[in-house]
Ligand binder design. Structure first.
Ligand code: NAP
Length: 371
């Protein structure tokens, strides 16, 4: 199977190496804006050459961003080429369009690396969804913030100091907004909710609170209460509605989430008859992420269908049935309340108006009733 590789950065270069180990895969062309004398395959800066090349069976998109990635992969599908991408931003922005186009063109579209990096999460979720009704999906889906919260919990370090450390280690970008404000985790829960519930939800509809308001004093308070902070993206189905939100979450120190340290990810599904299944591992990094891109290519070579599911009904987020216990801090006071998630975020917004550093956190269930 001949592959054209769009992007030769962290994921692309590792994918290229891994693909060389598979006799049935051949990277014939790399799309690159700069010369790549180190490559033995064809290198072009002109995507039209790839679209016109009848030998190319699969386009692997690992450039990132919405454009030109969207134009390139839609042109590739229209030309009858299968697409594998790791691009969560693109998949979230054009989910319904891309699924419909893959079906119409009779090609495969895979994006396993887009949520969970190297963890075979989306494929396992799609598999579980074929067997059982999924009630909820949730997890630690951002390694950068998990590294930061783990350091704050272990060393009592301040948010500012751990952010600098994460940047120095290459875990956080110079502009860390997408990670620390929960936007990256939100994209991953969009894809997870879509697969779990056969819907298409909009990223912007999902309330999102990141970790930037968590102080070392908050970590200390949580410890005193027997909890550990984690940034959790969650989606659940209750009474025919889909609820979803991203926010700091307090886990009992004995919970597996509380022991997921460093840049590790841990994501779980709760299914009616199967119960809870959890998947953990590296949510990012060249080799792990490239391994899921490669696995998708092997699935395509094995003749998998157009997408993981045919179901993508547009669906509004309704958090009014998602009940939990919540923890807030505003004006130096800690408060608890039992609310549905819609109300909890309204309460938080009201606190933010008075205190821009206010904090919201959900208190996780013990999980016993879900297992
Ligand atoms: N890194 C991870 O651990 C990870 C994990 C999960 C998912 N992903 C996803 O994988 C994708 C790639 O991530 P990455 O970390 O590999 O990014 P990266 O290191 O920044 O690499 C991106 C590559 O794409 C190239 N590129 C960008 N725009 C291009 C264009 N218009 N034409 C040709 N080449 C272009 C860049 O070329 P230049 O060198 O010329 O800029 C670079 O080689 C993203 O969608 C990301 O969200 C990454």
């Amino acid at each position: 199977m001949n592959i054209a590789l769009l992007g030769f950065g962290t994921v692309g270069s590792h994918f290229y190496e891994m693909a060389r180990e598979h006799d049935n895969l051949s990277v014939t062309t790399v799309l690159s804006r700069r010369p790549r004398p180190e490559l033995t395959c064809a290198v072009t800066a002109d995507f039209d050459e790839i679209v016109r090349d009848k030998r190319v069976d699969v386009v692997v998109e690992v450039m990132g961003g919405v454009e030109p990635a969207y134009s390139y992969i839609t042109a590739a599908m229209r030309a009858g080429k299968h697409v594998v991408t790791a691009n969560k931003q693109l998949m979230c922005a054009y989910y319904d369009d891309l699924l419909a186009l893959a079906k119409e063109c009779g090609v495969s579209l895979r994006c396993t690396a887009a949520a969970g990096g190297g963890i075979p999460w989306l494929v396992s979720l799609a598999r579980a969804e074929r067997m059982d009704a999924i009630d909820a999906v949730e997890g630690i889906l951002n390694g950068t913030t998990n590294f930061m919260l783990s350091s704050m919990t272990a060393d009592g370090a301040d948010y500012g100091a751990v952010l600098k450390e994460a940047q120095a280690l290459g875990y956080a970008e110079a502009d860390p907004t997408a990670d620390v404000e929960g936007l990256d985790a939100r994209r991953k829960i969009v894809l997870s909710a879509n697969l779990a519930f056969g819907v298409s939800v909009r990223e912007a509809d999902i309330p999102c609170a990141g970790i930037s308001h968590i102080t070392s004093a908050d970590i200390g308070k949580a410890k005193e209460l027997g909890y550990t902070f984690k940034l959790i993206a969650r989606a659940e189905r209750a009474g025919g509605k889909v609820a979803a939100f991203v926010c700091p979450t307090l886990f009992p120190v004995t919970a597996p989430e509380a022991h997921t340290d460093g840049t590790g990810n841990l994501v779980s599904l709760y299914a009616r008859r199967i119960g809870k299944q959890s998947f953990s591992g590296a949510g990012a990094g060249g080799w792990p992420t490239a391994s899921n891109v490669l696995a998708d290519c092997l699935e395509v070579a094995a003749g998998c269908g157009s997408y993981y599911t045919d179901k993508a009904a547009p669906c509004a987020i309704d958090n009014s049935g998602a009940y939990a216990r919540w923890f807030f801090r505003h004006d130096g006071q800690y408060l608890f309340g039992d609310y549905d998630a819609e109300t909890a975020f309204e309460v938080y917004e009201a606190y933010l108006e008075k205190d821009p550093t206010a904090l919201i956190a959900r208190i996780a269930d013990s999980g016993e009733e879900e297992e």
